[in-house]
Ligand binder design. Structure first.
Ligand code: FES
Length: 126
């Protein structure tokens, strides 16, 4: 089973989904993993509290970039309130493999960026 998940991770890394930028994102947040310097930007288009478009850009290891790609596919159509509930376990379930503490930071980079962006919108409404 692990092999299937590993293959999916590699596929997302080599052929990232929703990689790029949105023309007028409502939410945009950029951050990095302080341990390695790998970077990630997430952009969301939100209508009536629901994510209608999403994109990411960044550079980094297979786990960080593949997780961002997988997460982008998952979040379109979900409400920002729902997405605030997304947690570490959700990300680990997406990846589907056991990962050690160092790789966990890689996997959680996109969650950190997503959450910061979501809460930023609440703090600075239009
Ligand atoms: Fe940098 Fe994974 S090694 S995020």
């Amino acid at each position: 089973m692990d092999a299937l998940y590993r293959e999916a991770i590699l596929d997302h890394y080599k052929h990232p989904r929703r990689k790029g930028h949105l023309s007028e994102p409502d939410i945009q947040y950029h951050d990095h993993n302080p341990f390695c310097g790998d970077e990630l930007t997430i952009e969301l288009k939100v209508e009536n509290g629901v994510v209608v478009d999403a994109a990411f850009d960044g550079r980094g290891c297979a786990i960080s970039q593949a997780t961002a790609s997988m997460l982008m596919e998952e979040i379109v159509g979900k409400s920002t309130e729902e997405l605030k509930e997304v947690d570490k376990q959700y990300i680990l379930d997406l990846l589907g493999i056991e990962i050690g503490p160092v790789r966990l930071k890689c996997a959680l980079l996109s969650l950190k960026v997503l959450k910061a962006g979501l809460y930023g919108l609440e703090e600075w409404p239009e």
